[in-house]
Ligand binder design. Structure first.
Ligand code: UT7
Length: 330
C-alpha cells in the first residue's frame, strides 16, 4: 500500500571465506562419497573460515563493510545492528556489539538472536519493528554462522551439510509500497530434542567429560528435522500467501533456507511452485545456518526487480520456523 511506511531492504551484501571444503575432501575424512552427498543434499562444497584469530564477528564485519560501501552509508549513521547467529564469538558478550566495534558504528547498539537456521528471519522481523515504529532510521540485520566451529568432522550425519558464511541487509523506511509486508513466525521448543548442541550451556557446562564425549558439536536427528522442515516451511508460506490473498502466480521468488536440496524441492513441489523461481546456492555454500537467506538474496540481487513479491522461509533448531513476505525495494 503506497504512502504507508514499510521497513525495506535497501541493500544486501555477503562475505564467505576463501577456503573450500569439497565433497572429495570429505571422502578422505569420513565414510562418505561425492555421489551420496550430491544426490542426498545437493551440496558440492562449503566454505570454511581458517584465518587465524577470525571468528563470526569478522565475517559479519566484512559483510557489513561491503554493505555500507554499496549503500553509501557511514558507520556512524547506523542506529542498530542485529546478528542472527548460534556461533557467536563468545557465550558473552554478544557478537553484535563486537561487530559494531569492528566497523566503527559508534552510535549503534545491538544484540544477537539465537534461532538457529531461522535466526535471520527472526532478526529481520525484529529490525522491521524498529523501522516501522519510526524509532530508528537505519537498522542493519546480519545472518552469520561459523558452523565449522561446532561441527564434528568425524560425524558424517552433520559434517557434510554445514559451512561458514555471513551476509547483511540494510533496513530503511520506504513509503512507495515496497518493503516488508507481513510475516508468520513460529516456534516449538519440544523440537529441541532433535537438533541441538548437548554441552557448553548451563544445562551441561563444559567439563573434561563433555569434551571427551564430543558433546560440544551440533547434533541432529536428520530424518526428523527433514520432515518437520518441509512441513513448517510449506505451512508458513501458504499462510502468508493466504493472509495476503496471493496465488502462486503473484509470487515472483521464494527464498528458502538452504539445508538440503531435497527439502527445497519438496517445499516447492508441495506448493506447486516452479523451481526456477526458487533461489538456490546450496551447492556452493551448504547450510550456513543464519547465513543462508541473506546469502541467497545477495546472490540473486541482480535478478530481483523493484516491486517483486518475494517470500523468505526458514526452519531450524528450536524448532523455529516461519515465512516473511516483502516487496523488493530497488
Ligand atoms: O537447517 C536445519 C538443520 N538440518 C537439516 O535441515 C537437516 C535435515 N536432514 C537432512 O538433510 C538429511 O536427513 C541428512 C542429509 C542429514 C541425511 O540424509 P537422509 O537421506 O535422511 O539419510 P539417512 O539419515 O536416512 O541415512 C540413510 C543412509 C544410512 O545408511 P543405512 O542405515 O541405510 O545403511 C546412513 O548411515 O545413509 C547413511 N548416511 C551416509 N552415507 C554416506 C548418512 N550420512 C551419510 C553420508 N555419507 N554423509
Amino acid at each position: 500500500m503506497a504512502n504507508k511506511l514499510h521497513a525495506a531492504i535497501t541493500g544486501v551484501h555477503g562475505w564467505v571465506p576463501e577456503d573450500r571444503l569439497t565433497n572429495f575432501d570429505l571422502e578422505k575424512m569420513v565414510d562418505t562419497n561425492d555421489e551420496w552427498i550430491t544426490s542426498r543434499t545437493g551440496i558440492r562444497e562449503r566454505r570454511i573460515l581458517k584465518t587465524p584469530g577470525w571468528a563470526t564477528s569478522d565475517m559479519c564485519a566484512e559483510a557489513v563493510k561491503g554493505l555500507l560501501e554499496k549503500t553509501n552509508t557511514k558507520p556512524g549513521e547506523i542506529d542498530m545492528l542485529i546478528v542472527g547467529t548460534i556461533t557467536g564469538d563468545m557465550v558473552f558478550p554478544d557478537t553484535a556489539n563486537t561487530v559494531c566495534d569492528k566497523i566503527g558504528a559508534k552510535n549503534a547498539f545491538g544484540y544477537d538472536i539465537n534461532a538457529a537456521c531461522s535466526g535471520f528471519l527472526y532478526a529481520l522481523a525484529t529490525g522491521t519493528q524498529f523501522i516501522q515504529s519510526e524509532t530508528y532510521s537505519k537498522v542493519v540485520v546480519v545472518g552469520a554462522d561459523m558452523m565449522s566451529s561446532i561441527i564434528d568432522y568425524t560425524d558424517r550425519n552433520t559434517c557434510v551439510i554445514f559451512g561458514d558464511g555471513a551476509a547483511a541487509v540494510l533496513l530503511e523506511a520506504r513509503k512507495d509500497g515496497t518493503g516488508i509486508q507481513d510475516f508468520v513466525l513460529r516456534g516449538d521448543g519440544s523440537g529441541r530434542e532433535f537438533l541441538h548442541m548437548k554441552a557448553g550451556g548451563s544445562l551441561r557446562p563444559a567439563s573434561a567429560e563433555t569434551v571427551a564425549n564430543r558433546e560440544h558439536y551440533a547434533w541432529q536427528d536428520g530424518k526428523r528435522v527433514f520432515v518437520q522442515a518441509v512441513k513448517g516451511m510449506t505451512g508458513t508460506v501458504e499462510e502468508v500467501m493466504r493472509r495476503n490473498k496471493m496465488t502462486i502466480e503473484d509470487v515472483n521468488w521464494i527464498v528458502p533456507h538452504q539445508a538440503n536440496m531435497r527439502i527445497i524441492t519438496s517445499v516447492a513441489e508441495h506448493l506447486q511452485f516452479p523451481l526456477d523461481r526458487v533461489t538456490v546456492n546450496i551447492h556452493k555454500y551448504g547450510n550456513t545456518t543464519s547465513g543462508t537467506l541473506p546469502l541467497c538474496m545477495w546472490e540473486y540481487e541482480d535478478q530481483f526487480k523493484k516491486g517483486d513479491n518475494i517470500i523468505l522461509t526458514a526452519f531450524g533448531g528450536g524448532f523455529t520456523w516461519g515465512a516473511l513476505f516483502l516487496k523488493w525495494a530497488y
